[in-house]
Write a protein that binds this ligand. Sequence first.
Ligand code: SF4
Length: 71
Amino acid sequence: MPSVFPGLCADCVFSRRVESGRSTFCLCERALTDPQFRKYPPLPVWSCPGYERKGAPAPPANPEPDDKLTG
Ligand code: SF4
């Protein structure tokens, strides 16, 4: 990780460590497809709408409707 504590980027699934010479950066892979994110966000990131923790369970792709709430 970079010498500056990266905040949320430290354990975000979209963060990729990039080394350049003696410097290390966090590259936000969300920025590659969504312009609201910066490719190299200023660190530390304390709040981010795109944050997803590494290892967190993924939400169901096609949730079943709750039949107790219908009809
Ligand atoms: S989505 Fe947010 S928290 Fe995740 S790598 Fe990008 S800037 Fe960092």
